[in-house]
Design a protein around this ligand. Structure first.
Ligand code: 6V0
Length: 332
C-alpha cells in the first residue's frame, strides 16, 4: 500500500522543468564548501560527490544527507566510481595533490596533470554535454589541461580563476569606502595568482566611476594605496592558509555563484578563466586566464570589452606570458 493515496487527476511534474545535476570531484575542504553552498542555495536537483578516499567520501555524503530536514530537497550521492556522475550538467573539479615540503610548483603541477588524466576522461565519457568548471590550482593552467584532455569546445571549459580574487577586492574596496560590497563593480583579471591585474580604471560604486570621481572632486588618492589594496588581495589567500590551514568559505560561495549563473542561464558577467586567444590583443598561444566573461546555460557566452589603460594592457600581457611559460614546460 502506497504511503500517500494518489490523487488521480494530479498533474504529473512539469515536463518543461529541467532536472539538474551537479558533480563535485574532490571532497576536500574546497569541494565540501562548494557542495554545502550549492545545497543551501537550492541550485540543483542532484548533487554527486566523487573522491579517491571511499570512507571519507561516504562520511561526507552521510553528514550532508543527515541535514535533509533543513535543506531544499536534493538527491545526494557519492562514489569513487565515475559512473555516478552520468548525465551531469556541471562538473566541478576541486581534486588536487597537496604540495610536498620543498616541492617546486612545477612538480606539483605535473602531479596534478597526472591526476587530471584520471579525472577528466571519465567525466567526459559519462557526461559528454557537461560544462567543466575547474577549481584546482594552479587553476589557469589546469583549465587549459582540462580543455585539452576533454576535447570540448572552449565555451564548455571554465576555470574559477579570479572570481574569488575579485570578490576579495570588492570586499576590501567596500570596507575602505564603507559601502556594500555588492554595489562595488570591480574586476581582477589575468592569472589567479601573483601576476593578477587589478582594473582600477573601471571600478564603479553604485554606477559612479571611482577614479574619475576622486579626480573630479580633486581628492588625491595615492597610487601606493591602490597598490596596497591589490597586494592585500594577492596575499589574502596565503594569510588565510597560514591562519586556518586552507581556504574554503569564500571559494565555496564564489563557485556556487558561478554554478547559479551557468545553470540558471543568468548571463551575468564574472571574471573567470577562459580561452583568451583573440581577446584583449592576446594572440599568442592557447592560454586560459581570467577575463570578464558572460556565463549562461551554454557556458561562456562572450567576453566583455572593458576599457583597459595602457598599463593594464601591459600587465595583462605579462600575466599571459607568465602562464604560457609554465604551460610550455608541461607534458600532457
Ligand atoms: P584537500 O582538502 O586536500 O582536498 C583535495 C581532495 O582531492 C581530497 O579529498 C583528495 O582525496 C581528493 N583527490 C585526490 N586525488 C583524487 C582523484 N584522483 N580523484 C578524486 N579525488 C581525488 O584540498 P582543498 O580542498 O583545500 O583544495 C583543493 C584544490 O582547490 C587545491 O588545488 C587548491 O589549491 C584549490 N583551490 C583553488 C582556489 C581557487 O580560487 N581556484 C581556492 C582555494 C583552493
Amino acid at each position: 500500500q502506497a504511503f500517500f493515496k494518489s490523487i488521480m487527476n494530479a498533474e504529473p511534474s512539469s515536463p518543461t522543468k529541467r532536472h539538474t545535476k551537479i558533480s563535485v570531484v574532490g571532497a576536500g575542504n574546497v569541494g565540501m564548501a562548494i557542495a554545502q553552498t550549492i545545497l543551501t542555495q537550492d541550485l540543483t536537483d542532484e548533487l554527486v560527490l566523487v573522491d579517491a578516499i571511499p570512507d571519507k567520501l561516504r562520511g561526507e555524503m552521510l553528514d550532508l544527507q543527515h541535514a535533509a530536514a533543513f535543506l531544499p530537497r536534493t538527491r545526494i550521492q557519492a562514489s569513487t566510481d565515475y559512473s555516478v556522475t552520468v548525465g551531469s550538467d556541471l562538473c566541478i573539479v576541486t581534486a588536487g595533490a597537496r604540495q610536498i615540503h620543498g616541492e617546486s610548483r612545477l612538480n606539483l603541477l605535473q602531479r596534478n596533470v597526472s591526476l587530471f588524466k584520471k579525472i577528466i576522461p571519465p567525466l567526459v565519457r559519462y557526461s559528454p554535454d557537461t560544462i567543466l568548471l575547474i577549481v584546482s590550482n594552479p587553476v589557469d593552467v589546469l583549465t587549459y589541461v582540462a580543455w585539452k584532455l576533454s576535447g570540448f569546445p572552449s565555451n564548455r571549459v571554465i576555470g574559477s580563476g579570479t572570481n574569488l580574487d575579485s570578490s576579495r577586492f570588492r570586499f576590501l574596496i567596500a570596507d575602505h569606502l564603507d559601502v556594500n560590497a555588492q554595489d562595488v563593480q570591480a574586476f581582477i583579471v589575468g592569472e589567479h595568482g601573483d601576476s593578477s591585474v587589478a582594473l582600477w580604471s573601471s571600478i564603479s560604486v553604485g554606477g559612479v566611476p571611482v577614479l574619475s570621481f576622486l579626480e573630479k572632486q580633486q581628492i588625491t588618492y595615492e597610487k601606493e594605496m591602490l597598490e596596497a589594496i591589490h597586494k592585500e588581495v594577492t596575499e589574502s589567500a596565503y594569510e588565510v592558509i597560514r591562519l586556518k590551514g586552507y581556504t574554503s568559505w569564500a571559494i565555496g560561495y564564489s563557485v556556487a555563484n558561478l554554478a547559479r549563473s551557468i545553470l540558471r542561464d543568468q548571463r551575468r558577467v564574472h571574471p573567470v578563466s577562459v580561452l583568451a586567444k583573440g581577446f584583449y590583443d592576446i594572440q599568442d598561444g592557447e592560454v586560459f586566464l581570467s577575463l570578464p566573461a558572460q556565463l549562461g546555460r551554454g557556458g561562456v557566452l562572450g567576453v566583455t570589452n572593458v576599457h583597459l589603460t595602457q598599463e593594464e594592457k601591459h600587465r595583462l600581457m605579462d600575466s599571459a606570458t607568465t602562464i604560457l611559460q609554465v604551460q610550455n614546460h608541461l607534458s600532457i
